[in-house]
Design a protein around this ligand. Structure first.
Ligand code: RNT
Ligand code: ZN
Length: 416
């Protein structure tokens, strides 16, 4: 079947596939730099383990070890993916001059100048994340620590990150989403559950007292249910983070990561719930298997449902900030990166060519709604996707993996 034939089939359902393709092309999706090097960054000893309740598993060869390697890998991923990407950096990816180093509380915009150049040359915006983990000042708590000096260090880190986010937004002419996530929590039953939360609240207040223009710098608070080693209690729980964002709507937005909820909860359903109240929300799209395992995003039912809700609720008009957050070290990292990005693009495109069936719902025509939803699954989506890739100048399914294999042979396999 040709694209023209597929287009005609969708037109019978009242769907304009050309319009969907044109719409998706300009929607920014944030590409996380941390898939390329297993979340290690450049500012601490790379032999030290990842902390904060997150973990990468696997030791597939070819991890990026330097900014140059990471940028080269990112360039390939960008080539393999249709649509509009935006960079997403962690503070730990600061790039220092020879012999220079600054601790996290002393980071400055200049330490991200090379990233700004990278983004400018490629016409990308950039999002940012303070890095409250994998660092000797994690005691192991950060913003919620009872120790004043620890808290101060991490508050100063957060403030430095606001200034860096401001620099990224200004230089690149696109808003910078700055996500606050900490792994603060306890392995076993706490004696005091409220104290850490009050301190966490006050620390975020202190970070957000750093001046910024909320139309350009968008701080988020990301919640979590538990992490490895912090199974019993998480300071930044769902209720904590959502309430923080709700009480501070004029200066921050809530961020939901779909790996951060109990396994039968779905973020797809939370999107319209939050958008009923918040003008803007942010997402980390990942694939949790039994826990927040951060597997590569698939074109699975929940990813499709998340994208359906983003589209249905007007999220593409800027209300939903879409970012990826997964890290698999057991397979080729470039393929992992590209596959997840392409799958989110596919799910968004599928959502954009799903006819609006609200009438059937409002008329309580449940049988027909179910039948039509099921029949959509065998519509010729592949032709529309191929056309989208073609228009974006990106390789089609069946073409891009050969490029990855070639890169693995010539570049990745030569890394020690
Ligand atoms: C951890 C959070 C957090 C991190 C990144 C690296 O569970 O999802 O967003 O994955 O900041
Ligand atoms: Zn996340």
């Amino acid at each position: 079947m040709s694209y023209q034939e597929a287009k005609a089939k969708y037109a019978l359902l009242g769907v304009d596939t050309d319009a969907a393709i044109a719409r998706l092309k300009s929607v920014p999706v944030s590409l996380h730099c941390w898939q390329g090097d297993d979340v290690r960054g450049f500012d601490t000893d790379p032999s030290k383990p990842l902390t904060g309740g997150i973990q990468t598993t696997g030791n597939y060869p070819g991890r990026a070890r330097t900014p140059e390697e990471l940028m080269a890998d990112l360039d390939l991923v960008l080539k393999l993916c249709p649509g509009t990407a935006k960079m997403n950096l962690h503070a730990s990816y600061a790039i220092f001059e020879e012999g220079e180093w600054a601790d996290r509380d002393k980071l400055e915009p200049k330490h991200f100048k090379k990233w700004v150049d990278f983004c400018k040359e490629r016409g990308l915006g950039c999002d940012f994340n303070p890095t409250f983990f994998s660092h000797p000042m994690c005691d192991p708590l950060t913003l919620s620590s009872p120790d004043e000096a620890t808290r101060r260090f991490w508050i100063d880190h957060g403030k430095a990150c606001i200034r860096i986010s401001n620099y990224l937004a200004k230089e690149l002419g696109q808003p910078c989403i700055m996500n606050i996530w900490t792994g603060d929590g306890f392995k076993d039953i706490p004696a005091d559950r409220m104290g850490p939360r009050i301190r966490y609240k006050e620390s975020i207040d202190a970070i957000l007292s750093e001046p910024y223009d909320f139309s350009k710098v968008k701080p988020c608070v990301e919640s979590k249910v538990f992490g490895i080693g912090v199974e019993a209690y998480t300071v930044g729980s769902a209720e904590f983070s959502l309430n923080y964002a709700a009480m501070n709507m004029d200066k921050c937005i809530p961020l939901m990561d779909n790996g951060h909820y109990h396994p039968t909860e779905v973020v797809s359903d939370k999107i319209p719930a939050l958008l009923t109240f918040f003008p803007e929300i942010a997402l980390h799209i990942t694939r949790p298997i039994r826990w927040d395992s951060d597997h590569v995003v698939l074109l699975d039912d929940e990813t499709r449902e998340i994208c359906k809700e983003i589209v249905r609720c007007g999220g593409l008009e800027g209300r939903v900030k879409i970012a990826l957050d997964y890290f698999d070290a057991s397979i080729n990292r470039i393929a992992a990166w590209a596959l997840g990005f392409r799958n989110v693009q596919k799910a968004l495109l599928m959502a954009l060519i799903t006819p609006d069936m609200t009438d059937l719902q409002d008329a309580q025509n449940w049988t027909e709604l179910l039948v039509r939803q099921e029949e959509l699954k065998t519509m010729p989506f592949g032709e529309v996707w191929a056309e989208y890739c073609r228009i974006c100048g990106a390789p089609a399914d069946g073409e891009w993996f050969a490029v990855v294999k070639e890169y693995e042979k010539n570049v990745l396999s030569r890394r020690g």
